[in-house]
Design a protein around this ligand. Sequence first.
Ligand SMILES: C[S@@+](CC[C@H](N)C(=O)[O-])C[C@H]1O[C@@H](n2cnc3c(N)ncnc32)[C@H](O)[C@@H]1O
Length: 473
Amino acid sequence: MQYLPIFTKLDNKPVLVVGGGDVALRKCSALLKARASITLVAPKFCQQLIELASENKVTLIHEYFSEQHLKNMMLVIAATDLEHVNSQVFELANTHNIFVNVVDDQLKCTFIFPSIVDRNPITIAISSAGTAPVLARRLREKLETLIPQHIGPLATLVGGFRSKVKQRFKHFADRRQFWEGVFDSSVVSKVQTGDTQAAEQQLEHMLNAKAEPEGEVYVVGAGPGDPELLTLKALQLMQQADVVVYDYLVSDEIMELVRRDADLICVGKRLGDHSVAQQDTNQMLVDLAKQGKKVCRIKGGDPFIYGRGGEEVQVLAANKVNYQIVPGITAAAGCSAYAGIPLTHRDHAQAIQFVTGHCKKDGQELDWQSLAKPNQTLAIYMGVIKSPHIQAELLKHGRNANTPVAIIENGTRKNQRVITGKLGELADLITRNSVVSPALLIIGEVASLHQELHWFGAKAQTSSFAQPLTDVA
Ligand SMILES: C[S@@+](CC[C@H](N)C(=O)[O-])C[C@H]1O[C@@H](n2cnc3c(N)ncnc32)[C@H](O)[C@@H]1O
């Protein structure tokens, strides 16, 4: 981290701005919001600064900058268009250990002005450490649209209750749970509709009600790996959970987004390595919820597509535990899109079948007759190990050996790899390219479109993933 983000209280604290033009004026506007005591030094000043001085909002010193102007200052901003003056300000400020910002010269800044989303008293500051201010500004614009205006009044309301809540709940965990309940309650919508009085009454009521911890489980689909494919709801619930129960399939970038102080429990499953048996996971979810915890059970892809989410929810329902189910983008949808492979296409495939290569019971066979039919796409999950069998059965039941196939390894992730070829060489492609898990097999004419569309597919991804995908044809 190049800059430590801290929020400073500048109330009446002395700040020096060197310069008297528009740039200095702009910096003054930001500093005035924080009620800093501003002195400007310059041989001459623009009209607006003279007006601010006449309203006693700033003090003007009509002189060239010199070292004595730094005396007692907490911060200094060099806002002149003279490089040698800015450099002199920077050096002298450093000598005196005063934080300094030279406008538009990142190398001469010991502090920087972030882009700000202002929902007073909530303030969000965004910085690119001076490397990409336009990008930081864009992020700010995005946040401006995402963060509702009522967040400010809501923070003010709850701020007024903090000491009462502290008295009522001695333990931090209880206080946190109380506040989580408040933010999940209709207090929020009351503030949103401007009925602060009703919101306040309800908050008072909640504070006096007998607290009974009520746990719940969120069964959340995290998608195939790119964190930007998470739904807003998934993200929200990941950030309000006390405990996160996750699988290996959930990518590290997604796990980075769960609440910092949540307990993390891995119940990961890899073929031949079931670290926690499914029935133990089911019971764990019930037990945690019964202890009053908010549990986020996060799964790769969609929880109800080869995710065993159905079994977990059955157990929750049988034990009368509250739950929510949040769908996720399943691997077939995410990986095929990022590889530029449409799963259906007017000219090539009128149907799509999702298939597992890993059946529950040995000997439980798939309906190969149906799977080998033409004009359809097969998206095969967990099919890598059984690929020789899959290839042999499809060929035996009449699918053409020249049918295009694609193997998508680590789909939608930074290390996505797409390997294409023909059905007749499927198993060989997997061995030759040392394909690792997770990998999805796509069988059908649409797989041939990867060559034509994969750049389009790559570009359609989010910027952080818009790098060339490795292709092994
Ligand atoms: C146990 S299933 C879980 C499927 C998940 N519930 C879904 O909806 O995508 C695991 C299989 O999904 C496929 N898969 C999941 N994520 C993937 C990814 N990022 N890239 C390729 N295949 C993936 C692989 O076939 C993997 O073996």
